[in-house]
Write a protein that binds this ligand. Structure first.
Ligand SMILES: Cc1cc2nc3c(=O)[nH]c(=O)nc-3n(C[C@H](O)[C@H](O)[C@H](O)COP(=O)(O)O)c2cc1C
Length: 171
């Protein structure tokens, strides 16, 4: 890795046309000088968390996740809400870090991309699990980015650069 600040961008969506992944791609484009932002694209490759496998030789996808988190100076999450909470695949990603501790005291933040009045369950539960793993949540960097309600999941709007950089703070 070269100098500067390295931010790992972690999407909670496995969907090809994901609004959350698009938001992180936009964040990557607008990263300030000196910040290298890299998208983690291995969410769908992770096996279901199993404490036995955690103690034995972990799957390549798990080792890749842990290595990418370990070398990052900070992590930016962007996840959809499923059934009032986090998508199972995304919670599974975090579960793989509990024993190995890559998020412990790691500076982290999140962008919540949802239609007005939606997505509060995802951000509340993400805040809860990030507290549990003792991540260093950078509260002023956590933002709600309201987007128009999509006509369908396949037509979710793509965030623009200005909407990401000028998004609403979470608190
Ligand atoms: C299985 C499923 C469950 C969902 N549950 C919720 C929900 O509880 N609350 C909500 O606001 N949106 C819910 N949604 C809508 C998604 O959060 C929304 O479509 C989001 O934009 C998907 O993110 P993505 O575009 O990054 O894949 C759900 C979508 C799916 C597919």
């Amino acid at each position: 890795m070269t100098g500067g600040v390295h931010v790992l961008l972690v999407t909670g969506s496995t969907r090809g046309a994901s609004t959350n992944t698009a938001t992180l791609r936009t964040a990557r484009l607008v990263a300030p000088e000196g910040v290298t932002a890299v998208l983690f694209d291995g969410l769908a490759d992770l096996p279901a968390f199993n404490p036995d496998a955690d103690e034995q030789a972990p799957h390549d996808a798990v080792r890749n996740l842990r290595r990418r988190l370990a070398v990052a100076d900070a992590v930016l999450f962007c996840t959809p809400e499923y059934a009032g909470s986090l998508p199972g695949s995304f919670k599974n990603l975090i579960d793989w870090t509990i024993g190995s501790g890559e998020l412990y005291r790691k500076p982290v933040a999140w962008i919540n991309v949802a239609a007005p009045g939606r997505g509060a369950g995802a951000s509340a539960d993400l805040a809860k699990v990030l507290r549990y793993v003792d991540a260093a949540v950078i509260v002023p960097a956590c933002v709600h980015l309201p987007v128009p309600a999509p006509r369908s999941d396949r037509t979710a709007p793509w965030p623009t650069r200005s909407s990401v950089t000028g998004s609403h703070r979470c608190c």
